[in-house]
Ligand binder design. Sequence first.
Ligand SMILES: [Zn+2]
Length: 442
Amino acid sequence: MKLAFALLASFALCAVAFAAEPDWPRVEQHATELLQHYVQIASVNPPANTAQAAEFLAHEFAAYGLEAKLFKPDASGKTNLLLRLPGRDRTKRPLLLLNHMDVVPADPSRWKQDPFSALIEGNTMWGRGTLDMKSTAIMQLTALTLLKQLGIVPPRDILFLADCDEETGGALGAGWMIANHWSELNPEYVLDEGAPGSRDLYTSGKLVFGISVADKQVLWLRVRAQGTSGHGSQPIPDNANDILLSAIERAKAFPPSNKPDALVANMRAQLGEFASNKFMNAIQQNTMSLTSLRSGVGNPPKSNVIPSIAEATLDCRLLPGQNAEEFLSEIKARINDPRVTVEELSSKPDDPQPSRTDTPLYRALVSAIEREQPGATVLPVIVPYGTDGQKFRMKGVAAYGLIPMAVDAATLATMHSDSEHIPLDQFRKGLHIYFDILRSES
Ligand SMILES: [Zn+2]
């Protein structure tokens, strides 16, 4: 009798364990179709009208009995979506899955495919937002709906926040939610976009997955030169264009950061020689990109008129812990020309402490990646771009950024470009990794 009971009990346990395994081929197929539909919603920023994207996600969650709350910070269609899956211990602060619904614009004339068709060719899905970051959002959504579907109650509440305007700084997205609805968030951890896995991005010939624990600081500057206008036939020394060009040249000769970065030093210790590419170059030093030039009189600008004003914008990115004010004074001192002004376009850069890695969630990320990507080296990194996770680090939250797919440096470089794409086999692996993270998170 006892034996029969034990057998029955163990059979029941097996049945539970069996029931807790997703039907992966079906899940992968469904997630791929969802991603296609999601990319087809052109949630371009500006104007960051994410109403349709939010409805789409809310509708999918509703199919699993999960009710999303929509927030509209203004009347322009900008929409944030928040959803909560209750956990076992409601006293624990939640894990927040963070993603942005907006994408940068795409010029269809520069694309081989329609950027919003989400065309699949072999192992590739093309389209704006495939990398940044609708694929990760669908991984997060799928992991969450799987928990619900399989009846797995996580140890703590899990939140899903899809925001509207990350690509223009996040003021009405993550920033607005933090400022106006903090009590509904208050997470212990955030999982956001961040660093990818790659065999050639960090170092050559070694599969490495970065988990970003820090972003570089964002400092946008406008440089404005004032000169004298006149006839193009007679060159003058105070031509605003010439003044601007030489000011930019002097600004760009700023010294590299002299403060060694602990995260970069740790990466070097673990990886040895770094690969040579723009990503690795950018995470090792303060950088400056000339991103726009504006000048000329008339539209189109006249070729024979010397303008009195010329302007440029510079996108500067500083390593964590570098003093932005000192950096700016250094730039001004180098330009050293009373005819040139340098103005800050961005607000004071966020410079939080990098997120700690001695947490159970960080360990869960490492194990989930190692299980799905055997032999991978997983380590904390800095990313050169800014993410919404940084806003949560400012609140003392441990925010980790990952793109749980192995992509080569060339594919990663298609982010924001006219050939953005992802490898679908890696998207499928990412689905497994995210589910594994949520299932094991304690
Ligand atoms: Zn992004």
